[in-house]
Ligand binder design. Sequence first.
Ligand SMILES: [Zn+2]
Length: 421
Amino acid sequence: MKQVFLLLAIVLGVSDAVVAQESVTLLKPEQVFDGEQTHAGWVVLVKGNFILYAGDADDAPATDVDRSIDLPGQTLLPGLIEGHSHILLHPYDETVWNDQVLKESIAERVTRAVNHVRNSLMAGVTTMRDLGSEGAGYADVGVRDSINKGIIPGPRLLVAGKALVATGSYGPKGFHEGVDVPLGAETADGYDDLVRVVRSQIGRNIDFVKVYADYRWGPDGGASPTFTQRELETIVEVTRSSGRPVVAHASTAEAMRRAILAGVETIEHGDGATADVYKLMVKHNVALCPTLAAGDAIAQYSGWNKGVDPEPPRLQNKRRSFKAALDAGVTICFGGDVGVYPHGDNVRELEMMVDYGMPAEDVLRSATSINAGLFHIADKVGRIRTGLLADIIAVEGDPGRDISDLRNVRLVMKDGVVYRQ
Ligand SMILES: [Zn+2]
């Protein structure tokens, strides 16, 4: 049968990739973390680009196997789902954010992004939610589509495009009033303007809208709310009616409160949350993407010698506020703001989640099944389960016990295709 299909494929000019999709791979790890819990003695059968079977080796269906991959001492798990990346940014200690936005050409930024998405995939990240192009227009949409077309390797991307900011709030800043600089996001204000701009972003086929509900424009230079309650509600109403969600950057308790009540689905950062705000998040089913690793990286870029100097007050506060979110029962999204630190070093956030008080197995859930649910893709990825897409990684060791074992990636499979072995 296979030969007939191959012959037919040659005659019809169908690519090898299509033929390969019929093949069956048997994966034999030490154990499987299925997105919920860890099972010893499981095997996984992949047929084409989906999972045919995951369970006890003894109960596996009888089928011809084209290749068998032994993964001794390794844990097989769903490909990681990064919840907060910026593929069009690179670490700020290489080039400060202002200069990336103002001086790097779109071509340079896209070229860098090609490297960033490849590094992410090779690190075991098979899906990424990207939180805004930061001045690179809709380049993220183009990179997403290029990956989907098979032009470059990379994770499945969910992208925000330009993102929304209130006039006057966003950067680059620090120029006198005669200088017009391009911004890292798109401004819109008031009902009519917001409706028009949100629709124009949706029309570029973004996956969700990102709004900056606060920014560092307070009287003391600190974070302060930007959009009014009514403006946020407008953004959510217009975005939702197109079948897409809204997510909000918010650090202050007031901006978080407004965004939650307006109907956003995740809050990014959330450093200044109060107990009341966390209660409101639980009540309205809004998740927190804490971006612990970004704060940690920025503190180090400003001279903090981690492991030697005492932890800066800002980070001590973040540690407390993350613990309070856990205690309040807030759903935690894995999202580190990667791009502030190197793409492919996504595990840094997961290690910090453990360091800040989250059990390792909960962290694994957050990075797989929880994020899949939050991003409305649980019917496709996030678990090792029959019928889901074969986005699978294997790592040496047991990351449910030591999260840093996620750094020992031995196998990366996305959509049934092996990218690293
Ligand atoms: Zn970000």
